[in-house]
Design a protein. Structure first.
Lengths: 156, 156
DNA sequence: AAGAAAGTGAAAACGATTATCAGTATCGAC
DNA sequence: GTCGATACTGATAATCGTTTTCACTTTCTT
């Protein structure tokens, strides 16, 4: 975790940017997260400890973290971006629970291989992809899945 | 195509809503599209013929078309929604060209089967999914793919 | 034809994100 | 350490796509 902070600071230095107190606090807060955070969410986390940091600075720092290769930005169709650590983990996709919103990561070599096939067949040269599965997680299935078929779940 | 218009009007009637001139024009324009349209795009198509229709009404009518089961709304991560016919076509996914923006549809039973497996393994009960592949289409590959490795393509 | 109820468009409101700008902090040079 | 160029900050305003509000108009049932 201090590794990453150091990497970030090295990146800033390399790019001729400054290592400010705000950036450090925001980066720390980001590296301390375990799941996906929105800018707003990170803002709240930081704000709790240090009320003087503005949401704008959080956005700017998240952009820097992306530039530094330490964060990935994800769009899950709900209109706001979520950020996750880029670090060591390799490519993965996501399963999102339509009830509790929990996001689970997974990777499947087979799926990716098939994608490659399909894409090649259509003459495309693939650059990246985005696979999102939506459904009820185990907990939510157990809690709500007893009654008669519930189809309208609220997430379009 | 008149089928669909009829279906839409029947839906409106069933729901106690009114079949207005604007709705008919917008629905016609929508059914006349062959690819994915944005609200703005549909607005422009309609506006060309009938300047009195507001963008707001287009949004409202698109929502009705969704409610009627005649349109699907898609989010491709660029911040705006694209709409496609829901009609006969069954489930499919999309390949988006990162250069020209062209959207190609495809379906793969194998990929979906694998998805099911993965999801089940993780205790999820799948409801729907979203798979988007991004890359250069044949035309754009041919046009631009000659030089040295180009990695920064502009679509984050 | 009449009226209740829904529909319309303009403009304002929205939520997430980005740009502007005046004041502030950082950091390399000395 | 101090100085100063330069980047950074935060408040506010602007943007963009979309939705709400509201006064007025249309539809549709009787």
């Amino acid at each position: 975790m201090h590794d990453k902070l150091l990497q970030f600071q090295q990146y800033l230095h390399r790019a001729g940017l400054k290592a400010t107190r705000q950036r450090e606090l925001i980066a720390r807060a980001f590296f301390a997260t375990t799941t996906h955070v929105s800018a707003e969410g990170l803002y709240r986390r930081v704000g709790g400890r240090h009320p003087r940091i503005g949401l704008v600075t959080v956005y700017r720092t998240l952009k820097l973290l992306k530039d530094a290769g330490l964060a990935h930005e994800r769009q899950f169709g709900d209109g706001r971006a979520l950020f996750e650590h880029a670090s060591s983990e390799r490519h993965h996709d996501h399963i999102i629970c339509t009830e509790c919103g929990k996001i689970t990561e997974f990777a499947s070599v087979e799926i990716e291989a098939l994608q490659e096939q399909v894409v090649r067949r259509l003459g495309f040269h693939i650059q990246y992809h985005k696979l999102e599965l939506y459904g009820r997680c185990r907990d939510c299935s157990a809690a709500a899945g007893k009654g008669p078929g519930v189809h309208a779940i609220g997430v379009g």
